[in-house]
Design a protein around this ligand. Structure first.
Ligand SMILES: *Cc1c(COP(=O)(O)O)cnc(C)c1O
Length: 379
């Protein structure tokens, strides 16, 4: 069977899916060119694939960085970035409210590999400065934290780390580059779980890290050996979703604002955490650092665990889905999902109440979303 491409005289308007694990060569000279890393020459899809590279180019341009590296999940991107910068005996400073997976990776796995992680309240830059050691190789924060929606002051953190020459890496998953570009506030590296808003349709797992060409190139050998590469099809789906990212973020933000205001008016709701509400402690900072306040909010319902269980059971079409950033409005319960590995005491210390429900506002009509929550709260 002959397996050659027909001669192409037309350029496809959309980057095609190069669903191939490996590339074929006609001569040893070609093999040499490909292995020496010549632009446009590919060898094996674990080292690089044109569809994945097309997504990397698009992401770097969205985040206003020189380069991007796409991996099989957000956690893979984060692991590759952190392990490229840190080895045994090194130290990381990270926010104390972190995505549950990141927290587990830092505390359980990195500890075993001899990388020490100090978790601090990053809203207090004095605490960050106190935590710096001669071995500190990375400062890691989230633009908007999970699940209490605290907003980190990126330019203050960037000014602080500059004096010590330590890279600042920002997990921008909750904001997306539409709301905030951490590189413009002084971050050296930006990480995204593409699984969430960037893909936005709850059907792909992928992740990326963006930064200078020098930093990203320094991560590629580990990425190749680690092998956590995104599939060409998944990279293609994310790239397709990027066309609607701005429109989707606009609707997510509008619906989250609407729902936050509605919930704040409800007698059974004790607290609403949303940076768009004027009473949010970092409201002014959020307004300066972001173009809008995001699609994520959380609230504490009266009655603790019982109250949360009632609301979740009574919601008619808003599903319980322990992820975020999809087209449908979903709820999650941090104490039972992302933060279930923590002791009750540790959760209380972080302010994660048993009655806390996290909402990912979807793309539906705002009236419909509020109506489902209104009837769910009427128990
Ligand atoms: C989901 C998520 C991650 C991890 O991403 P995966 O694609 O699930 O590996 C990291 N950080 C934040 C803030 C997330 O929401």
């Amino acid at each position: 069977m002959k397996r050659t491409l027909p001669p192409l005289r037309s350029r496809p308007a959309v980057p095609p899916i190069y669903q191939t694990s490996v590339f074929a060569f006609d001569s040893l000279e070609q093999v040499d060119q490909a292995f020496s890393g010549e632009a446009g020459a590919f060898v094996y899809s674990r080292y690089g694939n044109p569809t994945v590279q097309a997504l990397e180019i698009a992401l770097a341009s969205l985040e206003r960085t020189e380069a991007a590296l796409v991996a099989s999940s957000g956690m893979a991107a984060l692991t590759i970035a952190a392990l490229s910068l840190c080895g045994q005996g090194d130290h990381i400073i990270a926010a104390q409210d972190l995505y549950g997976g990141t927290q587990a990776l830092f505390q359980r796995d990195f500890g075993r590999w001899g990388i020490d992680v100090t978790l601090v309240d990053v809203l207090n830059t004095a605490r960050v400065e106190e935590a710096i050691r001669p071995t500190t190789k990375l400062i890691f924060v989230e633009t908007i934290s999970n699940p209490l929606m605290k907003v980190a002051d990126l330019s203050r953190l960037a000014a602080l780390k500059r004096g010590f020459d330590i890279p600042l890496m920002v997990d921008n998953t909750f904001a997306s580059p539409v709301l905030c570009r951490p590189s413009e506030w002084g971050a050296d590296l930006v990480m995204e779980s593409l699984t969430k808003y960037l893909n936005g349709h709850s059907d792909v797992l992928a992740g990326a890290v963006m930064g200078s060409k020098q930093l990203i190139d320094s991560m590629r050998p580990l990425h190749t050996n680690f092998g956590a590469v995104a599939s060409p099809f998944d990279a293609w789906l994310v790239q397709r979703s990027l066309h609607t990212l701005k429109l989707r973020m606009h609707q997510h933000c509008q619906n989250a604002m609407r729902l936050a205001e509605f919930l704040a008016s409800q007698p059974k709701v004790m607290t609403v955490y949303y940076p768009g509400l004027p009473g949010h402690p970092q409201h002014t900072l959020a307004a300066a650092q972001m173009t809008s306040f995001g699609g994520m909010l959380s609230f504490v319902v009266e009655g603790g665990y019982y109250g949360a269980a009632q609301v979740i059971k009574r919601l008619e079409w808003v599903d319980f889905v322990p992820s975020l950033g999809g087209s449908s409005t979903t709820v999650s319960h941090p104490a039972k999902t992302s933060h279930r590995g923590m002791t009750g005491m540790d959760r209380v210390k972080l302010g994660i109440d048993d009655g806390l429900i996290r909402v990912s506002a979807g793309l539906e009509d705002g009236d419909d979303i509020c109506a489902d929550f209104a009837q769910a709260l009427a128990w």
